[in-house]
Design a protein around this ligand. Structure first.
Ligand code: DGL
Length: 266
């Protein structure tokens, strides 16, 4: 049997990447792990995030995967070296694809990035963008309240609108492109677009990651033969019910079977 693509995140955020991979690569099987017992990662230290990422990867490796997607900016920012050291299959992170898409789209050369505290204070976004184009200016803002709002399913409404407005006030009108630098944030896309206004493009970072996965699978000759796919499995470390509800709502699939595992064993 063909091996699956392994994808993990601290919670439901990585489903934004799953959705795009299903769309762009319908022939592939996916095995997803959401670390719902230990979410959020974005407020934790590099030591802890690195350890969590390796455990998440080890669990997925045990499921027999051909490629791993760290569908979490925080892991891609501060747990990357540790993860890459431990994982024998190709690993795709979420930072480069989002940066490349933003650089391509921006006309004024002024890009905004929002993300978790850990991602923003790592300085990884300005670093990667300047590697791609040293003339581009990057303005960053940490938005620690957005992950709990998404995990709670508050994707719009008054409270979410106010929080988003407060966080984006320093970026609005100053950038023409916004990178949602956290895989939870595409779920807030409508609110982000409303708040930034028509002049600003909110980058489809999940779509860019899926494009990268497709490219890498093709290059490594690992693409699944056509006609298969869709045997997707979902695992969490806690709150199976809450995750299923969000996953069903977001992926629009009727029956999603979610299994619970003890991630500390890995
Ligand atoms: N969705 C993840 C990210 O992209 C993690 C957010 C969190 O757990 O704080 O950063």
């Amino acid at each position: 049997m063909h091996k699956a693509i392994g994808i993990f995140d601290s919670g439901v955020g990585g489903l934004t990447v799953v959705k795009e991979i299903i769309r762009q690569l319908p022939g592939e099987d996916i095995v997803y792990f959401g670390d719902t017992a230990r979410v959020p990662y974005g407020t934790k230290s590099a030591r802890l995030v690195g350890r969590y990422a390796v455990q998440d990867a080890k669990f997925l490796m045990g499921c027999g995967i051909k490629l791993l997607v760290a569908a979490c900016n925080t892991v891609s920012a501060i747990g990357w070296e540790e993860l890459k050291r431990e994982v024998p299959v190709p690993v795709v992170g979420v930072i480069e694809p989002g940066c490349a898409a933003a650089v391509k789209v921006s006309k004024t050369g002024k890009i905004g990035v929002i993300g978790t505290e850990a991602t923003i204070s790592s300085g990884i976004y300005p670093e990667v963008v300047s590697r791609l184009d040293s003339t581009v200016e990057v303005m960053c803002k940490a938005c620690p309240l957005l992950v709990p709002l998404v995990e709670e399913g508050w994707l719009d409404g008054e409270v979410t609108g106010l929080v988003v407005r407060r966080y984006l006030s320093g970026l609005k009108g100053k950038v023409d492109t916004l990178i949602p630098g956290c895989t939870h944030y595409p779920l807030l896309r409508v609110v982000l677009e409303q708040e930034m206004g028509e002049e600003t493009v909110v980058v489809d970072s999940a779509g860019a990651v899926a494009g990268c996965v497709k490219e890498l699978l093709r290059e490594k000759k690992l693409l699944a033969p056509s006609g298969g796919g869709g045997r997707n499995r979902y695992f969490v470390s806690d709150d199976r019910e809450g995750f299923s509800r969000m996953a069903r709502l977001f992926l629009g699939e009727e029956a999603i079977v979610v299994e619970e595992i003890d991630i500390e064993k890995y």
